[in-house]
Write a protein that binds this ligand. Structure first.
Ligand code: ATP
Length: 362
């Protein structure tokens, strides 16, 4: 197995001319291992779709190159690339049966009738479309249409499968079940995949690696857990999950941890970034589940509960600090903890190991 099966090298795309040039993708580098599913995630306009379309060959890069299995794609037109795309709107032919929709690409490739039949039937079985071959797309549900679209891509045996927000036309419940199906199938077939979404939950649950993009740049590449626990900057921390941001000063640096001064109290956090020094101003990223309201004592940062909501399995608090910052706090298993209501004074215990400290951004 090669380390990088799909590689983007210095890939760049700008649109328009000098006067109103948009740099949609700005010199990005990415390596995807064989069999991995990688999602491109980021806010609208960050360059996800443009990147996907360059891999497929629908957009010609302004600079850089795409390599698949070690081969440069620059001179290879889209229909000759070893890629297949699953589209948001399914893009099925309305007057063809499900079978013929799936068979379409194989027929263009002039494969024999026997081969076409064998491959299409195999893939229909794999995806659970066995009894739907004679139907037309309008006789299928949205979820079934999306499965046909997936079958049509997979039957071509591409080296890299590309997904362009494939679930955005489905309702919320179907989105969740279909994304699990996609993930299971992708792992079973072992196909290298690039998946574009702006839904962070989708990205976190589907991916081996998540690529966070913003304004044409890759901000971070990592496993869902790495991205959540160790975001490289404020943008990533705020984009993935909920985060409280606290400005603090480094009191001392120990081998494995930082001691921080925050509102006159000491907070300990793991020393993840080795460049942070004593005296530095830093930003603590505290996830809502990393803070626990307790009865006040002189070692804990003080706050006042401004809102508390009981959810059974969870208690949600908003706690105002003396500097008027309001923190979002989530307590799991509330029956094991004191319950506070609006107006209560609390002391805030920070769960050391789940805090993440970033250098202050200039
Ligand atoms: N054909 C085009 N001509 C001009 N500008 C374009 C074109 N396609 C995309 N852009 C611009 O490039 C930038 C990146 O667009 P892109 O579609 O890749 O973003 P995206 O992250 O996929 O966003 P979304 O989630 O909204 O689809 C945007 O500023 C967009 O307006």
């Amino acid at each position: 197995m090669k380390e990088a099966y799909l590689e983007l090298k210095d890939l760049t795309k700008s649109f328009g001319n000098d006067a109103d040039k948009v740099v949609a993708v700005d010199h990005i580098n990415l390596q995807v291992k064989e069999g991995d599913l990688v999602t491109l995630l980021g806010p609208s306009g960050c360059g996800k779709t443009t990147t996907l379309r360059m891999i497929a060959g629908f957009h010609t890069p302004t600079g850089g190159d795409v390599y698949i299995d070690g081969v440069s794609m620059n001179q290879i037109p889209p229909n000759k690339r070893p890629t297949a795309m699953v589209f948001q709107n399914y893009a099925l032919f309305p007057h063809m049966t499900v079978f013929e929709n799936i068979a379409y690409g194989l027929r263009i490739r002039k494969e024999s009738n026997d081969e076409v039949k064998r491959k299409v039937e195999d893939i229909m079985r794999l995806i659970g479309l066995e009894n739907l071959g004679d139907r037309q797309p309008r006789q299928l549900s949205g979820g079934q249409q999306q499965r046909v679209s997936l079958a049509r891509a997979l039957v071509m045996e591409p080296k890299v499968l590309l997904f362009d927000e494939p679930l955005s036309n489905l309702d919320a419940k179907l989105r969740v079940s279909t994304r699990l199906e996609i993930r299971k199938l992708q792992q079973r077939v072992g196909i290298t995949s690039v998946y574009v979404t702006h839904d962070q939950e989708e990205a976190m649950t589907l991916s081996d690696k998540v690529v966070i993009m913003d304004r044409g740049l890759i901000q971070q590449v990592g496993s869902p857990a790495e991205i959540y626990s160790h975001p490289v900057n404020r943008f990533v921390a705020g984009f993935i999950g909920k985060a409280n941001f606290l400005q603090a000063v480094v009191d001392s640096v120990e081998s494995e941890q930082l001691v921080l001064q925050f509102l006159g109290k000491k907070i300990v956090a793991p020393r993840w970034n080795k460049e942070i020094k004593t005296g530095d101003e830093v930003l603590i990223v505290a996830r809502p589940e990393s803070i626990l309201p307790e009865h006040p004592n002189e070692e804990l940062v003080e706050g006042v509960v401004v809102n508390s909501v009981y959810f059974g399995s969870q208690m949600l608090y908003e706690v105002e600090l003396p500097d008027h910052t309001v923190l979002q706090i989530e307590v799991a298993d509330p029956q094991y903890h004191p319950i506070f209501t609006q107006g209560h004074k609390v002391g805030l215990a920070f769960k050391d190991r789940s805090l993440h400290v970033l250098p202050m951004e200039k």
